[in-house]
Design a protein around this ligand. Structure first.
Ligand code: XIL
Length: 341
């Protein structure tokens, strides 16, 4: 109900509060709940590569334009998600069929051209309507065995196979060119990944961002190429917040900003959340927000990945602050008053 504390007011001196949306979240009761609690939104799917360039050169911006214009008209900001990823991306971007009809990687030059064209066309189209972009998503393997060698820790994605291990850097260079050509835009460029509480994965990500940023800074008067690291935060009730803290502090030590980009905490199964697990989930949310608040100077935004358990991408496991009737769960109270938990 409307007597509840808006999340964005509770954290107004700390960081922006965000959520992931689809078109139906911009109507009626859902829009009211969205606006009441959030400063900023991310398109859950509408700005992914398969949504924006299904076939080469055929940019399909209509749905995303309607979404972003409505979001801004309703007084919220927009975060851009996502330019380069191995999922929800059309095959033509980085693969072709060979003479035997097998799918094989494109050559480096053609793939690089597709990468740059996609990034630059999309960024120029939306322009300054977004506050930040996830330029590259999920490039790192899970729990890499030798995180000191970040190149060997990279996921062997179609982009990697076509371009090589510098595809992440190439993507940020293409994005940075657009910002350099438009100095009035104020947009942060993010690297975004999940399972970032795993220390091996966090170390590999740290080493990658450090290498890319150090070399860019040396040639550009200390300027950052990668402005921020997004910690997706797809956690579960057994996630250890001490590991989240170690990773968060490691990323902050890079001198970049951090955002929590896709937060949800699974608990229970079969669309059922017993009371004891609802309390445990609230406690983990509270511990996470205590941690985020302590590091608020370095955190730009905390975005939940969905408003309610019914429409969540992990609906079976009840991960969000509001239940299927949009009623606040214990998790909501854990977030608004973490000291009380
Ligand atoms: C998810 C969406 O929420 C789903 O609707 C879709 O079916 C699959 O993708 N990491 C990301 C997000 O970066 O884009 C994903 O979103 C969740 C995992």
């Amino acid at each position: 109900g409307s007597h509840m504390a808006p999340l964005k007011d509770v954290y107004k001196n700390d960081f922006l509060i965000g959520n992931a949306i689809s078109a139906e979240d911009l109507e009626g009761t859902r829009l009211e709940l969205l606006k009441m609690h959030h400063d900023v939104v991310t398109a859950g799917n509408a700005m992914k590569p398969d949504a924006l360039q299904p076939t080469k050169g055929n940019f399909t911006f209509t749905a995303a334009d309607a979404m972003i214009d409505k979001v801004l008209a309703e007084g919220m900001k927009m975060h851009g998600h996502v330019l380069v990823w191995h999922q929800q991306s059309p095959a033509w971007l980085n693969t072709k069929k060979d003479d035997n009809n097998n799918t094989v990687p494109l050559g480096r030059d053609e793939a690089l051209d597709n990468l740059r064209t996609h990034i630059q066309t999309v960024m120029k189209h939306f322009g300054n309507k977004v506050i930040s972009w996830d330029v590259v998503n999920e490039a790192m393997n899970d729990n890499p065995s030798n995180p000191a060698d970040y190149k060997a820790s990279l996921r062997q994605t179609p982009w990697y196979q076509a371009i090589g291990s510098d595809y992440v850097e190439q993507a940020f260079l293409a994005a940075r060119e657009v910002l350099d050509e438009n100095p009035s835009w104020n947009i942060k460029l993010y690297y975004n990944d999940y399972n970032e509480d795993n220390q091996n994965k966090a170390t590999a990500i740290y080493n990658m961002v450090k290498d890319i940023n150090d070399r860019y800074a040396a040639a550009h008067n200390g300027k950052l190429l990668i402005d921020g690291v997004g910690m997706q935060g797809h956690y579960n009730i057994n996630t250890n917040p001490d590991n989240v803290k170690l990773s968060l502090e490691k990323f902050i030590s890079l001198g970049v900003e951090v955002s929590v980009s896709e937060l949800d905490v699974t608990a229970g199964n079969n669309y059922t959340l017993p009371e004891n697990l609802a309390v445990g989930q609230a406690y983990l949310y509270a511990q996470l927000f205590k941690l985020y608040k302590e590091h608020a100077d370095h955190i730009a935004r905390v975005t939940f990945w969905g408003m309610d358990d019914n429409t969540s991408w992990r609906a079976e496991n009840n991960p969000l602050l509001f239940d299927k009737n949009l009623q606040a769960k214990p998790a909501y109270y854990g977030v608004i008053d973490p000291a009380e938990q």
